[in-house]
Design a protein around this ligand. Structure first.
Ligand code: OKV
Ligand code: MN
Length: 243
């Protein structure tokens, strides 16, 4: 009885070390689990489900094998791969969930999310997010030829990396008031998210009740997996193989 959570792998063809660690994780650790949840930023970039490179095919095959074997797999969009869509879902058997979803983890209702919606102090990011999440804007973007979308994506990533270097570490973390509000809104005392790349289990108090906020780690220099069983919850790491 085990459920696994991962997030922020930021998979790309340029990082075979991460890809290898992920494919090894999928092959060796998912055989007898109840479910796998991917809480966003599985991919470093996603400009449409029609970008069917050999790299993407390899990743999709790993999910298809898992779901074909009868293991449910769920995905919540991250700020990088929010365009993962119905075609990806059909091709992989992965179920796309709403950005904020309450799941029952062995009797404990738990809110799962990517985590970018909690970073409300980063006003410029939230403004940008609202634009690129607009359905009409997305429809227009997806009508562009793949070659143009690749170029626009590269430009946007280039300008964002210089903006983020200037941002304060504080505003890039979650806003504690937003965390409380969201837990109250969903009527739960546990949440699991990624995005901030600050793996930890925070014990907090909301409405005089003990609550937890579990943050998954990124996969930049090692893997990060949350293992949840009926009796415990553990944040673990996975080493990359020497390349
Ligand atoms: C993902 C981020 C690039 C952050 C563009 C409409 C618009 C979608 C898009 C293009 C970029 C995702 C899809 C990428 C995340 C960046 C830069 C910063 C902070 C439009 C809908 F605007 F052109 F109309 N995009 N790509 N960033 O390259 O994967 O999260 S991306
Ligand atoms: Mn993120």
């Amino acid at each position: 009885m085990t459920t696994l959570f991962i997030a922020d792998l930021h998979l790309s063809a340029d990082r075979p070390d991460i890809t290898d660690c992920f494919l090894r994780f999928m092959a060796e650790e998912t055989a007898n689990i109840d479910a796998l949840y991917v809480l966003g930023d599985l991919f470093e970039m996603w400009i449409g489900d029609d970008d069917n490179s050999p790299f993407h095919q390899q990743i999709k095959r790993a999910f298809k094998q898992l779901t074909d074997s009868g293991t449910p797999c769920y995905f919540i969009h991250g700020n990088r791969d929010f365009l993962v869509g119905k075609q990806f879902s059909r091709e992989t058997g992965v179920t796309l969930l709403d950005e904020h979803t309450v799941v029952d983890l062995y009797g404990t209702p738990t809110l799962i999310l990517h985590g970018d919606t909690l970073c409300t102090q980063d006003e410029s990011y939230q403004k940008y997010r609202k634009k690129v999440h607009n359905r009409f804007v997305q429809w227009l973007f997806l009508r562009l030829p793949l070659s143009r979308r690749l170029k626009i994506g590269a430009k946007m990533r280039q300008s964002s990396s210089s903006t983020n270097q200037q941002k304060d570490a504080m505003i890039m973390d979650v806003d504690p008031n937003t965390v409380d509000q969201v837990l109250i809104e969903y009527g739960v005392t546990h949440m699991i998210h990624g995005h901030t790349h600050r793996p930890n289990v925070h014990h907090i108090e909301v409405n005089n009740q003990p609550a937890t906020r579990t943050v998954l780690g990124d996969w930049y220099d090692h893997g990060s997996v949350l293992v949840v069983t009926s009796t415990e919850s553990r944040l673990e790491t996975r080493q990359f193989q020497p390349q």
